[in-house]
Design a protein around this ligand. Structure first.
Ligand code: ATP
Ligand code: MG
Length: 497
């Protein structure tokens, strides 16, 4: 079926229609602004008509790819043909444009009439329906194809598809928030849910893993900003937490690290919020998902915040979160990011008492956090280019990655011991990631080290730390699976593997 029309009908989320007229107009204006920005590179015209928006563009396919990522639209329909608003023209148009679509299938014809009295909708449905009978078979209850006629004063639109929009409210109708973005699945999904409720989101990231970690998180921020934030321009604030974590490691018992670290992050986030104008913090916690996300711990963490802390995922389970991450396009990016909070071997406290945590915190030097906050780096996620996989081009000089194990290199397996026993590169030494950051300082500095881990990201972060400490250290690109293939056929070109 060839498309003869350049029109797409856009329907606003029903919630917008329930608003008072002034609010509704305001929301619609913001939605129009966002649509114009989203379609910046797609020549188009946009108009309103009876609570809907009409989009005309010669580049319909491109527009149809972008529209599902604009918040505030419930559904949209590419119009197949526009005909005269007369019975005969409509029936003829339906026959011409839908005979093939209904062939061998069941169908129903539905007509909606907007403010014209000329022909009755039922009559149109009957006669247009009859015109398709033969190639297709009528089924009014559960048709395979629904042919829709939208009858206006001066024309009739024929279409059948009703594609789903992102729903929610137009981005920008509801204040500004600051999302604590970690690189994990949850916080990116939490950001998306907040944006879907219309809030302008900026991101703050407390960097625990150096340039590699930052590049990975920047790639996630870029995905959210580029694909979903049309009409706003999110900022990414990076707070370097390395010195803060050193202080924590040296002065706080291991079972309290997670909670104290979160409290330090919230304090940093509050400082950034004061600067960005955010009215709330957003995090990705889901109740009971991990031991640090108990009610008792959330209370202890919240105690340091003065702004409301919003947790849109609090009632979600992991599967719902990862499904959503796939749908919004952050899954593949987050999957590669290692879990930095797990660098302590001790399990975190399940039940924390604020007083005990406060006592432990007293051992920290507040000036260290303050320095990190003062040195916050503000970035435009859309302006950073981190290369194809988000971590290239950051480790200048020698680079962070190798594609094969060099002759004579000391190979370090960063997996947990059980995994190391199952398989390791011949001759590799086992130093699990969580112990390695402390361990490498004492190693001989005249050797060349190659690290590998399951997915290749943990080892990259550690290799970068080692490089900064003056070691010749790199990570094997692509992690375990790729390394196994190389062991099986050492001469194969790894790039082809
Ligand atoms: P996520 O999948 O978002 O990492 P999580 O379930 O792993 O969440 P935690 O690691 O306990 O949970 O973190 C809880 C929340 O704290 C995160 O969702 C995020 O909002 C915030 N957070 C954690 N680490 C960082 C970080 N390095 N920088 C900024 N925010 C962070
Ligand atoms: Mg996490």
């Amino acid at each position: 079926m060839t498309a003869e029309s350049d029109l797409i009908i856009l329907r606003q989320a029903p919630e917008i229609h329930l608003k008072a007229p002034g609010t509704r107009r305001h929301f619609t204006r913001i939605l129009q602004r966002n649509l114009r920005r989203a379609l910046e590179d797609v020549p188009h015209r946009l108009a309103t008509a009876q609570g809907r928006l009409l989009l005309r563009t010669a580049e319909r396919e491109r527009a149809l790819e972008i529209l599902p990522r604009v918040f505030g639209l419930s559904t949209f329909s590419p119009v197949v043909a526009e005909v005269e608003p007369e019975l005969e023209a409509i029936v003829d148009g339906v026959r011409r444009h839908f005979t093939e679509a209904v062939r061998g299938r069941t169908y129903a014809v539905r007509c909606k009439r907007q403010g014209t009295k000329r022909v009755s909708a039922t009559r149109i449905e009957r006669e247009a329906g009859a015109a398709l009978n033969g190639p297709g078979k009528v089924n009014l209850d559960a048709p395979d194809v629904t042919v829709r006629i939208d009858l206006q004063e001066d024309r009739a639109w024929l279409f059948s598809e009703r594609r789903r929009g992102a729903g929610g409210l137009p981005l920008g109708v509801q204040g500004r928030t600051l999302v604590l973005l970690s690189g994990g699945f949850d916080s990116a999904v939490a950001a998306w849910y907040m944006m879907r409720r219309g809030t302008t989101a900026d991101f703050v990231f407390c960097n625990l893993g150096g340039a590699t970690h930052e590049a990975m998180v920047a790639a996630i921020a870029r995905r959210l900003a580029g694909d979903w934030a049309h009409g706003t321009r999110p900022r990414l604030y990076v707070v370097n937490f390395e010195a803060v974590v050193e202080d924590l490691r040296a002065n706080v018992p291991g079972d309290m690290w997670q909670i104290v670290l979160k409290r330090l992050m919230y304090r940093a986030a509050e400082a950034v919020a004061a600067r960005s104008g955010a009215e709330a913090l957003v995090t990705g916690e889901a109740l009971s998902q991990v031991s640090s996300q108990t009610l008792s711990n959330l209370q202890t963490i919240d105690a340091v915040a003065t702004l409301p802390v919003l947790r849109p995922l609090i009632g979600f389970d992991k599967q719902e979160i990862t499904d959503r991450a796939r749908a919004i396009g952050t899954f593949e990016l987050c999957e590669r990011v290692p879990e930095f909070c797990a660098l302590s071997e001790q399990p975190p406290l399940v039940e924390s008492r604020t007083s005990r945590i406060e006592r432990a915190e007293a051992a920290l030097d507040p000036a260290i956090l303050q320095q990190a906050i003062d040195a916050v780096c503000e970035r435009d996620p859309l302006a950073v280019d981190d290369g194809p996989d988000g971590v290239e081009g950051e480790g200048e000089g020698e680079g962070i990655f190798v594609d094969r194990i060099p002759e004579g290199a000391t190979v370090i397996d960063c997996q947990p011991p059980e995994a190391y026993r199952r398989w390791h590169w011949p001759g590799a030494e086992n130093h699990p990631a969580d112990t390695l950051l402390q361990a490498f300082a004492d190693w001989p500095a005249d050797r060349e080290y190659v690290l590998y881990c399951q997915r290749g990201s943990n080892s990259a972060v550690i290799a970068e730390r080692m490089q900064r400490a003056g070691f010749r250290a790199r990570a094997f690109r692509g992690g375990l699976n790729r390394l196994k293939r190389q062991e099986a056929s050492p001469l194969a070109d790894p790039a082809q593997g």
